[in-house]
Design a protein around this ligand. Structure first.
Ligand code: UFG
Length: 332
């Protein structure tokens, strides 16, 4: 076990990973500046796990704040989620993305090296595969991503890799997420996008709740069986469990794993699955393609299974049921 610092601990993936860490008996130190999350998550996590943990309201680009966290705690590993993640906003405001996402990784990695923290898990993305041909495998070289958000993931992967190569006591585990959706089975934590959601599942749940009138499907003229884009949706609890598997089982040095299911689902299939799982009709219209979307993305999921002993278990039906359960009960 040990003490794990989670940056971005109240965000969507961060909060579910905190729940898994607490349930597995780790001691947790979480940090977040609430730039895209709510303080209510802290209480929900404590109630849901029956465990307490330390929390710092902190911006991890601030080296002074990070030094205080490392000085006050005996940290065994860091899981670094804290980052901006809206693709469209990153195109409009690239400096916000480059400055925040890259600085946070540098500040945290430097603190690890200075304080002898040996393990660093980085929240990366399938976006590093760009417009290549799926299934995406870890040995495909990262590309020049299509947008500044994606480039921050490519650049941070490189910075962390170089740092680990130069420091034998510092290991880096790069986890490339596919499309995380769903929520904790309790419905107490879940995805809470600010404003109108950019991503498909939260858009669907808000249409189901009546907050949004109808879904707009971006293009049905792709080269796929039903013409809509295909993605590898993964239940956020499976993804969260992938992080503890990585902490326990990844080798020393630099290692990289996809966290996906290896299965693709089209936009229309996801809409139909949501309707079937929850008995709610989702009105939609087909509109033009969204700039930057690739037709098909799904993971090669073998490496994580072989080396981390981890495999996604939950189904599309589970994802749709749990996403709606959270939105219905707790979504604002
Ligand atoms: N879509 C719609 N209507 C919507 C929202 C999305 O039709 O209102 C479609 C998109 O066009 C796409 C699919 O649903 O075909 C999935 O879109 P998301 O925005 O949910 O997810 P993306 O695959 O575009 O993006 C995700 C993450 C990014 C990451 C990217 C690549 O959100 O952070 O995967 O890995 F960069």
């Amino acid at each position: 076990m040990g003490s794990i610092l989670v940056s971005g601990g109240t965000g969507f993936i961060g909060s579910h990973t905190c729940a898994v860490l607490l349930n597995e008996g780790y001691s947790l130190i979480a940090a977040d500046n609430f730039s895209n999350s709510s303080p209510k998550v802290l209480d929900a996590l404590r109630r849901l796990t029956g465990r307490d943990f330390r929390f710092y309201e902190a911006d991890v680009t601030n080296a002074g704040c990070v030094e205080k966290i490392f000085a006050e705690n005996d940290i065994d590993g860091v899981i670094h989620f804290a980052a901006h993640k809206a693709v469209g906003e990153s195109v409009a405001n690239p400096l916000k993305y480059y400055s925040n996402n890259i600085n946070a990784s540098i500040v945290l990695a430097r603190a690890c090296c200075e304080h002898g923290v040996r393990k660093f898990v980085f929240s990366s993305s399938a976006t590093v595969y760009g417009f290549g041909n799926p299934p995406f495998a870890e040995d495909m070289p990262p590309v020049f991503a299509a947008n500044p958000y994606g480039m921050t993931k490519v650049i941070c992967e490189r910075i962390l890799t170089d740092t680990a190569n130069a420091n034998k006591d510092f290991s880096v585990i790069l986890l490339r997420y596919f499309n995380p959706v769903g929520a904790h089975e309790s419905g107490m934590i879940g995805e809470m996008p600010g404003g109108v959601p950019n991503n498909l599942m939260p858009y669907i749940t808000q249409v189901a709740k009546g907050k949004l009138k109808e879904l707009r499907i971006f293009g049905d003229d792709y080269d796929t069986p039903d013409g809509t884009c295909i993605r590898d949706y993964i239940h956020v609890m499976d993804l969260a469990e992938g992080h503890t598997a990585a902490l326990k089982n990844a080798p020393e040095g630099v290692s990289v794993y996809n966290l996906g299911t290896g299965r693709g689902t089209s936009v229309l299939e996801l809409v139909r699955a949501f309707e079937a799982a929850n008995g709610i009709k989702i009105p939609y219209t087909i509109v033009g393609r969204r700039a930057g979307d690739i037709a098909v993305s799904y993971a090669s999921a073998d490496k994580a299974q072989k080396f981390l002993g981890w495999k996604a278990k939950r189904t599309i039906n589970d994802m749709c049921r749990d996403a709606w359960n959270f939105e219905k009960n707790y979504g604002e």
